[in-house]
Design a protein around this ligand. Structure first.
Ligand code: AMP
Ligand code: MG
Length: 343
């Protein structure tokens, strides 16, 4: 398959909308990471996304909408099925990098939700994403536009690296502003729970809804929670609430190791580790975001991919303070390192 490179022009967005309506796959920029879009109401189109990504079919997709009016047909009970708390957070954070979980209507195929009775919905704020979804005129299922397990793509070239020849088109837009995926918030149980942390933090949500927001306990990950997608026995016995968390994730080819030591010990620790690797003929790189969580979010995935292109064997990353956005970025760092931390 020849993958078309499209621009953000009106004509190209029209063409991309048509491809999506006809069951094709189009990658497009959002404020978080690049998404791989398909008609969310077409089980066959969604099946093609799983295939292109090599994504396990029980890992549900997020459905993207352009207008609040598109929500009713996706949620069980329609607009009235949306609770007061959900309405409050939507009012505060949509359009933006926040995904909400709702009971699904019968219009949403099981293929889109990985067989779950709930559907994850987001309204992105990125202008190109918004124009594309409006133009398509249908809800768009869009997981990150990478091969499953690799770092998410935050530039159009990173999308092509994984998807060239596998999908119909890529909109060659800007680099993603946020750089990590949306916060996934579940309001369906008696207390609000974050299933995936993002730039909209628990603190920000708490402030709006006036109650405490919890983290799903699997987020505080231990090595036991990392499961190899090939290990069928382990997979079937592990049932986290957000199925995406059970697969290895965000991993570049290089081995990633996190370093959590005092600032004053960092340089010495790293030079000692690098020396050991040099003696084995291995090449290592260091990512140090100086505790700037926003910069780390924006650059982490792109940096991991760039260091792979430069053929590093090992990437050392200095850990971040785990408060606010730092917690969300650390979640990605921990997964990309397979929970390997040097202390
Ligand atoms: P990605 O498509 O790569 O952005 O990943 C989507 C994330 O949303 C995964 O971690 C999914 O497990 C999560 N997700 C999607 N739909 C649901 C749902 N209905 N309930 C819980 N988590 C969901
Ligand atoms: Mg993903």
């Amino acid at each position: 398959m020849q993958t078309k490179r499209l621009s953000e022009s009106e004509g190209d967005i029209k063409l991309a909308g048509e491809i999506l309506r006809n069951g094709g796959l189009v990658a497009f920029p959002t404020e978080t990471v690049y998404g791989l879009g398909a008609n969310a109401l077409d089980a066959e189109a969604v099946g093609a996304v799983y295939k292109a990504k090599g994504r396990p079919s029980d890992n549900p997709m997020i459905v993207h909408i352009a207008d609040i009016g598109d929500l009713g047909s996706l949620v069980r009970g329609g607009r009235d099925g949306i609770g007061r708390t959900a309405a409050q957070v939507m009012e505060a954070f949509w359009p933006g990098p926040l995904t909400l979980i709702f009971p699904k209507s019968s219009a949403v195929p099981d293929a889109t939700t990985g067989g779950l009775e709930t559907v994850a919905i987001r309204m992105p704020s990125n202008d190109t994403a918004h124009r594309l979804i409006s133009e398509a005129g249908i809800p768009i299922a869009a997981p990150s536009a990478n091969i499953s397990g690799k770092p998410s793509p935050t530039t159009s070239n990173d999308v092509l690296e994984d998807m060239d020849g596998r999908i119909d088109a890529v909109i060659m837009g800007e680099n993603c502003e946020v750089g990590i995926e949306s916060t996934v918030l579940d309001l369906s149980s008696d207390r609000p729970v974050i299933l995936r942390p993002g730039v909209i933090t628990s603190e920000l949500i708490s402030e709006i809804i006036g109650q405490e927001v919890f983290y799903d306990d699997t987020l505080l990950g231990t090595p036991g929670q990392m499961i190899d997608p090939q290990d069928q026995d382990a997979l079937s016995s592990f049932k986290p609430k957000s199925p995406g968390v059970k697969y290895t994730h965000y991993a570049p080819k290089a081995k990633v190791r996190l370093i959590e030591v005092r600032e004053s010990d960092f340089t010495e620790k790293v030079s000692q580790l690098e020396q050991e690797l040099r003696e084995q003929g291995l090449k290592s790189a260091i990512l140090n975001y100086n505790d700037n969580a926003k910069q780390a979010a924006k650059n982490l995935f792109a940096d991991l991919r760039e260091l792979d292109r430069q053929k590093y064997d090992v990437i050392f990353i200095k850990t971040l303070d785990k408060s606010g956005l730092g917690f969300s970025v650390m979640n990605r760092m921990l997964k990309s390192a397979g929970y390997d931390i040097i202390r």
